[in-house]
Design a protein around this ligand. Structure first.
Ligand code: GLC
Ligand code: CA
Length: 517
């Protein structure tokens, strides 16, 4: 069986998870100490943000050495031990691969910027002029002795690796099948195999759609590069699994990725589901007094899901290190049913560390390591309500980022002990998912109730019917609404959910799972 079938992932931001040596920064040994916590929650997969040697101008997404872990997290041997300890507990680990760019301190880049052409002169995209514009690409001038401008992939400190251009029109461009473009892809294969041989189970791939620059709107050239890389890697490591940061499953899955994420893009279906970041007064679907209905999400999600369910998984996340934490938009009751919804949908769900215990988005925090507004979602995990929140024994001033001053009710210890807490709800729904074949992976999905203007909605997965009422008002759903002949039996619920005289009565902000006979 493919290990993704019953996968439920937990995303760890390594600098903020658990510090084992009292220097105020999370590390591998700290993660090892907390593997049992992840297992107890029910997760059997981890996505860990970049942990490689880096000057940390983008929190590690600026890799200086792909084959060496950052000293602050431990050694390569410690990471190997983390893989082993995770595997002992039935947990797989995806590392974060950054294939589109490196740090400007990477040895390849240092070589490529020299005036005298060296071995890596074509590893990055350089123009042959030193002043002007590199067509519609962002370029940086004046930083090297070499006569040219380098193209950036994200920040100025992240020069774009050269995978070639689909239609080479300028002398300074490489074509996609040039030896130098192939050499870049081969180098990335080599990096992947290096970590897979150490025990990694796969990768989350950063900006996976960014390899081939312009003239590749349909991404066919980028997909071709991935097909080659993934085939090459899977030849040796058939069990390796890859998830792309792409949010276009129609492109990414046929290119060979096993999963793609639905990302929070302002105004898209996922954004309107949980956040609504583009509005002055956010009113996402899961907000009790919202006027939106589930179609704002489904119109975006469903066509993409349906077109790709045979080729892989389109995954839903509670959040990630780039998005505002949901707690900024939804209260705890709203989050309980929102997370229950995410956890009963197809794909493999991803929980962002701390979302399960209600950690807050610390909006006002100054930028750390290129985080900008993302910094507020990256604060230390709140294990308990002690001085350092159980994150670290260091002096609080030396913590990677400050701990939320208000830990009450928002720490793992308290959340775990409290019946009906957000943590316990998440844990119960993960257990429900795992024990019902119909909820796993890409089992059948049929939205039987999604009437425009109606807040409550319902969907079937195999022999289960799931009814969700995100509204502050109670509502009734009868068997004809959900296209069943007899009243189903209640299996699990959050909030006030009853069945009476052929009708399902859903209290305000409620969620119910029923068995259809
Ligand atoms: C991705 C990462 C983000 C990073 C960027 C550049 O979007 O998730 O954190 O800053 O790529 O690598
Ligand atoms: Ca540490």
């Amino acid at each position: 069986m493919d290990w993704l079938k019953d996968a439920c992932f937990y995303e760890i931001y390594p600098q903020s998870f658990k510090d084992s040596n009292g220097d105020g920064i999370g590390d591998f040994n700290g993660i090892i100490e907390k593997l049992d916590y992840i297992k107890e929650l029910g997760c059997n997969g981890i996505w860990m943000n970049p942990c490689f040697d880096s000057p940390f101008k983008d929190a590690g997404y600026d890799v200086r050495n792909y084959k060496l872990v950052a000293e602050r997290y431990g050694t390569n041997d410690d990471l190997k031990r983390l893989f082993e300890e995770a595997h002992k507990r039935g947990i797989k680990i995806l590392l974060d691969l950054v294939p589109g760019h490196t740090s400007d301190e990477h040895e390849w880049f240092k070589d490529s910027k020299k005036a005298e052409p060296g071995e890596f002169k074509d590893r990055y995209i350089w123009t042959d002029f030193w002043y002007g514009e590199a067509r519609n690409l962002r370029g940086i001038a004046g930083m090297a002795d070499r006569n040219g401008i380098y193209v950036v992939n994200f920040f100025a400190s992240q020069p774009a690796l050269n995978y070639g251009f689909l239609n080479k029109t300028e002398k300074w461009q490489s074509s996609v099948d040039s030896p130098e473009a192939i050499a870049t892809a081969d180098a990335m294969c080599d990096v992947m195999k290096f970590w897979l041989s150490m025990g990694a189970d796969g990768f989350r791939v950063d900006m996976a759609d960014s390899l081939v620059k312009f003239d590749d709107d349909d991404k066919s050239a980028t997909c071709k590069v991935w097909k080659r890389i993934i085939a090459e890697v899977k030849k040796e490591y058939p069990e390796a699994r890859l998830v792309s940061e792409w949010n276009r499953p129609r492109q990414s899955l046929p290119a060979g990725f096993d999963m793609d994420f639905m990302l929070n893009w302002t105004g898209n279906g996922y954004d309107l589901l949980l956040r609504d970041t583009g509005s002055e007064k956010p009113s996402p679907i899961f907000k009790k007094d919202s006027k939106r209905d589930i179609n704002d999400f489904l119109n975006d999600y469903l066509p993409q899901y349906e077109d790709t369910r045979e080729s892989g998984r389109y995954c839903l996340i509670t959040g990630n290190h780039d998005t505002d934490r949901v707690s900024y938009y939804l209260d705890e009751d709203e989050r309980k049913i929102a997370f229950a919804f995410l956890l009963t949908m197809p794909g493999a769900p991803f929980i962002y560390y701390g979302d399960e215990i209600g950690m807050r988005y610390m909006k006002e925090l100054p930028s750390k390591e290129g985080g900008y507004t993302r910094t507020g979602s990256r604060t230390p995990m709140q294990w308990d309500d002690s001085e350092g929140a159980g994150f670290s024994t260091a002096n609080k001033d030396s913590f990677y980022l400050p701990i939320d001053a208000d830990l009450k009710g928002k720490n793992a210890k308290e959340q775990m002990a409290k019946e009906g807490s957000l943590y316990n709800t998440v844990k119960e729904v993960i257990a429900l998912r795992k024990s019902n074949e119909a909820l796993l992976d890409n089992g059948n999905l049929d939205f039987v109730l999604r009437q425009p203007g109606r807040r409550e909605f319902a969907f079937k997965r195999g022999d289960l019917l799931i009814v969700v009422n995100p509204s502050e008002k109670a509502c009734k759903v009868d068997s004809s609404d959900v296209k069943i002949s007899s009243l189903p039996e209640k299996k699990y619920s959050i909030g006030d959910v009853k069945t009476d005289k052929g009708v399902i009565e859903m209290g305000p902000v409620s969620f119910g799972v029923f068995v259809i006979s």
